[in-house]
Design a protein around this ligand. Structure first.
Ligand SMILES: C[S@@+](CC[C@H](N)C(=O)[O-])C[C@H]1O[C@@H](n2cnc3c(N)ncnc32)[C@H](O)[C@@H]1O
Length: 247
């Protein structure tokens, strides 16, 4: 880390005016809130990218991002660098228990003949949450009398590289360690290099689309039966969180 910091030290510290300009832009475009204590995170992340593309200072990089075509393209890379993609299969068991034991039974009690179940994993990162939901719902239907219902899961994220990984659905061995054995056997194929790929039949039910959650008003929420949005709004400020949850 010390070596990294010294190799980035050619970039001057960001002054307060620039820090405000950067954090305002990030907040407006992504919802991400960066308090003053995270100034060095912002400086380091920007400096790493600036070194890669040969930009000399934070102000020029800021201007570059305002320019139409080039700026838009660069923005896609930067946003991926600044967002946290940490995720895992079966990440939060209490939510999954709620899904299995309360939400799904209630939805089918209300509408036993339903033909479709639409689920949205908002801020899906590299796909683990969307596939977890699909596996769980498939298992629920297999064990019930509602097996004429089609499950469709939509995973969305602001980061294009994360979505590319999600669509490939290939995971290292250590990434599938939280998948219960019966699910691993049924929903994954082990590849010759030791990685695991989600089976085609499960992948067919999950689609991934880029979507910025702060544009929630553009979606037709009423077409969704269940929305999972975990560990995404924690990076937003309180007002923004409130606005989104009352949308
Ligand atoms: C920590 S991950 C959470 C992944 C998954 N939901 C989970 O709980 O395991 C947060 C994800 O939210 C995405 N994200 C952050 N801001 C976003 C925004 N404005 N719109 C859509 N996705 C966003 C990030 O790219 C990242 O992949």
């Amino acid at each position: 880390m010390a070596a990294l910091n010294s190799s980035l030290s050619c970039f001057a510290k960001m002054d307060d005016v620039l820090f405000d300009a950067w954090t305002t832009m990030l907040e407006e475009r992504t919802g991400m809130h960066l308090p003053k204590e995270r100034r060095s995170f912002l400086e380091t992340s920007l400096a790493l990218r600036m070194r890669e593309i040969g930009v000399q200072d934070y102000a020029s990089y800021y201007q570059h991002l305002q320019s139409e075509k080039k700026g838009e393209h660069e923005w896609l890379t930067l946003v991926d660098r600044l967002t946290v993609h940490e995720t895992r299969f079966f990440r939060h068991q209490p939510s999954l228990d709620l899904l299995e034991k309360v939400i799904l039974p209630r939805l089918f009690d209300d509408e036993p003949e339903r033909k479709q179940l639409q689920v949205w994993s908002a801020g899906c990162s590299t796909g683990e949450e969307a596939y977890t939901l699909c596996m769980m719902m498939n298992q629920f239907l297999k064990n019930s009398s509602f097996n004429n219902c089609y499950i469709a899961v939509t995973g969305t994220d602001i980061s294009i590289p994360a979505l590319v990984t999600a669509r490939k659905a290939i995971y290292e061995h250590n990434k599938v360690r939280h998948v219960p054995e019966q699910y691993l056997d049924y929903y994954f194929n082990e590849q010759c290099d030791g990685r695991y790929q989600v089976t085609d039949s499960l992948r067919k039910r999950v689609c991934f689309v880029q979507f910025n959650i702060i544009e929630m008003k553009k979606t037709r929420l009423e077409s969704m039966d269940i929305i999972f949005c975990q560990n995404v709004l924690i990076y937003f400020n309180r007002d923004r969180r409130k606005k989104l949850s009352t949308n």
